[in-house]
Design a protein around this ligand. Sequence first.
Ligand code: SF4
Length: 271
Amino acid sequence: MRGTLSVPSDRPFQPIPQAPRISHFANEPNPSYGLEPPIPKPRPNAAPKKDRRAGDRSTRKAAPAADCADCPRLANFRHANQQAYPDWHNGPVPAFGRIEASVLIVGLAPGLKGANQTGRPFTGDYAGDLLYRMLQKYGFAQGNYGATASDGLELCNCRITNAVRCVPPENRPTTDEIKTCNGFLRDEIAAMVKLGALLALGQIAHNAILRALDLKRSASPFRHGARYPLGNGLQLFDSYHCSRYNTNTGRLTEEMFEAVIRDLQKHVSGV
Ligand code: SF4
């Protein structure tokens, strides 16, 4: 049983306020800017403009079925884990946090003994220890993180998911698996009508976000600490994944990770 983490006593908990609904349509007033954009004149015979966040190509629902078998290798791995660990979640891990949140954090995939066991993203392994501690410190989470899905922790104006919903062997999804699961990320983004910021944890998550939004990688290459406007009122923040491997090797220090979460918090708070 893991220890319980709580908000550091030297920094009082300050919940992140809910952002106003940001319109991404040109003919609606945008409360965050206080200006009403001009209403475009309709062009005769013009095709309807696509909203990147509306999931025009998507045919999926935001949450996959518990027995989704679109990735045969991952479905086989799931069945093997169901045999070996019948008490574990062993299924696609649903997103955590309210759909009305304005921040979406995207990781790589569930860890075998983390989210795949507990059924909640980043819950039960080292990456979650670090991520949730930082989210608590900067007001994106409240309550105690106890490394189980029933610990009562709540996210504040924040939602967490993964680029790939099922645990992959060796924590390495294939390119095809990342593409196959991308429809769920696309629908997740489309369903978050107040979304204003995305945090990519690692390059695979970064590229999955761009794919879900039909954006080219060349315009926004992954770089730790980078921040890109994506259009439609969205900002993308990049961080190396907060895995034990990255922190043990020094690729990502706690200070580096905290700086990204701090930037995200400032952006959401409008500071
Ligand atoms: S990774 Fe995604 S698409 Fe593939 S089997 Fe799991 S839920 Fe289905």
